[in-house]
Design a binder for this molecule. Structure first.
Ligand code: SF4
Length: 392
């Protein structure tokens, strides 16, 4: 049963009135979870209709050595030489990329994130970018989180702007959204107290936007934070996006809620979010972040099945093929190791949407036709390799 408070919020959304902190909290507490999803879907369809985006992207994590010790992280190793620690040379990183990339269907994006390694020279990152640009000039380089950029500035004695300018000269094109976790300091101090603060994370994105760069942002949810912290997180991002949009250069393109996975990290005792929490968080994000164009249902963290349902809860993007991701893999993710374009097209079509392959900057690469109704629900007979229609 939807609450009277929800009806008020619904009226605000339909009248184009911006939601405030109290509204955000009420949405997280709304008992009628399907009504919440339907309202988020209304906003999503107003912006994008049935169009649902994905890209062909490859992940590369060249080092998991990191001086920080975030409680939720299953990926990092404190020092070189520890079991499971790895750091690739630039040549090894390029070899790893070649192994991941099918030359007959090259990706349009290479996404690189790493641990905060105190023993590498800054030139390592510049060489990595320029080698990627040389060998894969058509693949957009979305590399290094705001936390990494902040670390580079501190560790190598530069301003954030200087770091960004040098990396852009070497081939950097945009920043991924990782490292946001929960921006509120009460939570951030408890889960990751030795890396960029929430304000420092935002300052890097502000500077990147001022340089004309597009970036994304994330939120790691489902651990020790409250709904109030999630709403606060969204409001901080929304405020920065207002500034960046007004400046008219770069801005955030997409918001990506990331479900916390408790395996193999310092918060193993926590259960992690449920599927309903995943969907509710997507829906509230869509309604609160009225100045973000795109909302991603990140199938790596929520599983492809929940991400698919997320397309009816406000999400208009499923990220991409994501070949070779190792961060959620370290946390024993329940999602597969990469999806094919066919998998993503099927997932989107069966949700009743139109698949659109995009590049990193949301330029259309290919729009797929809407599936005919009788073709939507097909199952593959694995023994015979044939498609069997289950709808007459
Ligand atoms: S989340 Fe990032 S900064 Fe924190 S320990 Fe893991 S790799 Fe290091």
């Amino acid at each position: 049963m939807r609450s009277a408070r929800f009806a008020e919020i619904e009226a605000k959304v339909r009248a184009g009135v911006r939601l405030d902190e109290d509204d955000g909290l009420a949405l997280f507490e709304e008992p009628d979870f399907l009504a919440l999803g339907a309202l988020a879907n209304e906003v999503r369809e107003k912006r994008h209709g049935d169009r649902t985006y994905f890209n062909r992207n490859v992940r590369l994590e060249t080092t998991n050595v990191c001086y920080a010790s975030c409680n939720f992280c299953s990926f990092a190793k404190l020092e070189e030489g520890m079991p499971g620690a790895h750091t690739m040379t630039v040549a090894q990183a390029m070899e790893a990329l070649r192994r991941k990339i099918d030359p007959s269907a090259p990706p349009t994006e290479i996404h690189v994130v790493n641990g905060l390694h105190k023993g590498l020279p800054f030139s390592y990152y510049e060489e990595l970018l320029s080698e990627m640009r040389r060998e894969y000039p058509a693949a957009h380089r979305k590399c290094f989180t705001a936390v990494e950029i902040h670390f580079f500035a501190q560790h190598y004695g530069m301003t954030v702007r200087e770091v960004l300018e040098k990396l852009i000269a070497a081939g950097l094109e945009s920043l991924p959204g990782g490292g946001a976790e929960i921006l509120h300091e009460d939570v951030r101090r408890r889960i990751s107290n030795d890396k960029a603060t929430g304000e420092e994370y935002l300052a890097v994105h502000r500077e990147a936007h001022a340089l004309g760069m597009m970036t994304n942002s994330t939120m790691l949810y489902g651990h020790i934070e409250t709904f109030a912290h999630r709403v606060d997180h969204m409001l901080r991002l929304r405020a920065l996006q207002d500034e960046s949009v007004a400046r008219g250069k770069g801005r955030f393109q997409a918001f990506i809620p990331l479900a916390f996975h408790p395996d193999g990290n310092g918060m193993e005792q926590l259960p992690g979010p449920t599927g309903v929490d995943d969907l509710r968080t997507l829906a509230v994000s869509r309604l609160m972040l009225d100045n973000f164009e795109h909302l991603k249902a990140y199938w790596v963290s929520s599983t492809p099945k929940v991400a698919q349902i997320g397309l009816a809860f406000g999400a208009d993007d499923v990220d991409g093929t994501i070949v070779g991701e190792t961060i959620y893999t370290a946390a024993k993710k329940k999602a597969p190791d990469g999806l094919s374009v066919d998998d993503l097209v099927r997932l989107i079509r069966e949700a009743g949407r139109i698949p659109v392959e995009r590049d990193t900057l949301y330029r259309v690469v290919r729009e797929f036709p809407r599936a005919a109704l009788e073709g939507q629900f097909k199952v593959r007979d694995r023994r015979q390799g044939k498609h069997l229609s289950v709808v007459s």
